[in-house]
Design a protein around this ligand. Structure first.
Ligand code: SAM
Ligand code: ZN
Length: 318
């Protein structure tokens, strides 16, 4: 029986636009590398006759919901609790050589963001965790990072991943606190500290801690490090004519996806006088989106989370 997922809790972003580039056909095989609550996968399975989907997510809670939501599709959907950086291994283990499409809808799900305990949001007071895969004991939590990294390293993370100009001031307060025997361990402690460190302008639409929280989340989950290789691996596993769709939610991710697409479409990023290309430019895909596709006015009205979403798509040439 299909379960009811509260429409307000989770609305899949750019759904029609993604399906328009993936164009699922009967008999085809897709990978949904960020299954989440299964919204995109559900549409692929409904719109395509008998296509199959391999769904990957590193979050067991999301998988449990997606599993119930997609139960009715039987063996057309297979679900893997893995990191998408393992996409090639997941397919090899399933004895699948090539697929017709890959979709990745990056970032956190609303399930993660709206869950009080997981520490992604300063709207709830909770331990500062932020691991998308809390079962992975090897990944350090955000609190671990703030307790162990140097002031310089904390500032770098907040500056680079949060694009926060006052990163050094925030890092210095964090380290000062921990030296007083008061390490930052909860979302509220961090939000208050950032607010004190940077102040809050009357015009500010967002809480001043938003950028710092984004930065820590990216660092905890290693989100940017794996992205270029993931895009390359996805293109490797596509058949000729296969489609890749990637949705990003902030400019750092989008820049990596855009540049990796450009390299895979043949653009060289090496310094002009370098005799031989070493940046990994090849000609494997045709870019289907000169400019990224963004949400329509109508979608934005219904789902403010779509505001920063950008969809880029590529077609595998040979
Ligand atoms: C925005 S949600 C996806 C929502 C989904 N498309 C839907 O319509 O329901 C992003 C999901 O990607 C997962 N995720 C993010 N990075 C991942 C990674 N490196 N490996 C596996 N899953 C990842 C998160 O756990 C989260 O559930
Ligand atoms: Zn090059």
């Amino acid at each position: 029986m299909p379960i009811n997922i509260d429409e307000n809790i989770h609305k899949s972003v750019l759904l029609a636009e993604t399906l328009e580039v993936l164009k699922p056909q009967a008999g085809e095989i897709f990978v949904d590398a960020t299954l989440g609550l299964g919204g995109h996968a559900e549409r692929i399975l409904t719109d395509s006759g008998d296509a199959r989907v391999f769904g990957i997510d590193q979050d067991a809670e999301a998988i449990a919901i997606a599993r119930r939501r997609l139960e009715r599709f039987g063996r057309r959907i297979e679900i893997f609790h893995r990191n998408f950086s393992d996409i090639k291994r997941v397919l090899a283990d399933a004895e699948i050589e090539k697929v017709d499409g890959v979709i990745a809808d990056l970032g956190v799900s609303s399930l993660q963001f709206d869950s009080a305990e997981r520490g992604f949001s300063f709207r709830f007071d909770a331990p500062l965790d932020m691991r998308m895969n809390p079962e992975d004991d090897e990944t350090e939590t955000a609190a671990d990072l703030l307790a162990t990294l140097s002031e310089f390293e904390i500032a770098r993370i907040i500056y680079e991943y949060g694009e926060e100009r006052k990163s050094r001031r925030i890092a210095s307060r964090i380290v000062w606190k921990r030296e007083q025997g008061e390490p930052i361990e909860t979302t509220k402690q961090l939000a208050d500290l950032v607010e004190k460190a940077v102040g809050r302008g009357k015009q500010d639409k967002t809480h001043p801690a938003t950028r710092t929280f984004q930065a820590l989340r990216i660092a905890v989950n290693g989100e940017l490090e794996i992205l270029e290789q993931f895009v390359r691996d996805s293109v490797d596993v596509l058949k000729t004519g296969g489609r890749l769709a990637v949705i990003t939610f902030h400019s750092l991710e989008d820049r990596i996806v855009k540049q990796t697409f450009q390299k895979l479409a043949g653009k060289c990023f090496c310094p002009p006088r370098q005799p031989q290309c070493s940046c990994g430019a090849t000609r494997e895909i045709e870019i289907l989106t000169r400019k990224p596709i963004v949400a329509s006015e109508k979608e934005l009205e219904e789902n403010p989370r779509a505001r920063s979403a950008k969809l880029r798509a590529g077609l595998k040439m040979n």
